[in-house]
Ligand binder design. Structure first.
Ligand code: SF4
Ligand code: SF4
Length: 136
C-alpha cells in the first residue's frame, strides 16, 4: 500500500465538485481529511492523507490535475523557521527521513525539504514551534 499527504488548492469555480468522493469511488483510495478550508464561491484548500495502490494514486493525481486543481505534496509546505529554531535537536529523533539533520561542524540543525515526507511529527515535537506548515 502507498500512502501520501497532499495539498489540493481549489479555484472558486470548482469548489462545488465532489472531488474527494471521486478519489474513493473511481480510484479506490482511502482518505483522511487533515485540514480543510472551503467556502462557497471562494478558493479552497484541503489536505488529504491518501492511501491506496501507487498506480491508483498516480492516476488520481492525474485526474485532479486534469481538473485544473493545484496538487502538491504536503512536504512542500514544511519549513524550518530559522529565526525561531534554537537548534536543540529535539526534532531529530522524530524525523525518519533524515530531512532534519545536524551539521557536525556548526552543531546547527539543518532541514532538507527534498527528503521531507510531510509527516508533521517535528511540527508537533518542536518546543518553540520552529517547524511550520505553511498553507497559504
Ligand atoms: S526541535 Fe525545533 S528548535 Fe529544536 S532543533 Fe528542531 S526545529 Fe530547531
Ligand atoms: S515533517 Fe516529518 S519528514 Fe519532514 S522534517 Fe518533519 S519529521 Fe522529518
Amino acid at each position: 500500500m502507498y500512502s501520501k499527504k497532499i495539498v489540493i488548492r481549489y479555484a472558486a469555480d470548482i469548489v462545488d465538485k465532489p472531488v474527494v468522493y471521486s478519489l474513493v469511488k473511481d480510484f479506490d483510495l482511502a482518505f483522511n481529511i487533515m485540514r480543510a478550508r472551503v467556502s462557497p464561491r471562494r478558493e479552497g484548500l484541503v489536505v488529504l492523507d491518501l492511501t491506496g495502490t501507487k498506480k491508483n494514486f498516480d492516476r488520481a493525481i492525474g485526474y485532479l490535475k486534469d481538473l485544473g486543481l493545484n496538487v502538491e505534496s504536503l512536504s512542500k509546505s514544511v519549513t524550518q523557521n530559522i529565526d525561531k529554531c534554537v537548534h536543540c535537536g529535539t526534532c531529530l529523533s522524530f524525523c525518519s527521513t533524515n530531512a532534519l539533520d545536524i551539521d557536525t561542524k556548526t552543531m546547527k540543525i539543518t532541514f532538507d525539504p527534498e527528503k521531507c515526507n510531510g509527516c508533521e511529527l517535528c511540527v508537533k515535537a518542536c518546543p518553540p514551534r520552529a517547524m511550520e506548515i505553511n498553507l497559504l
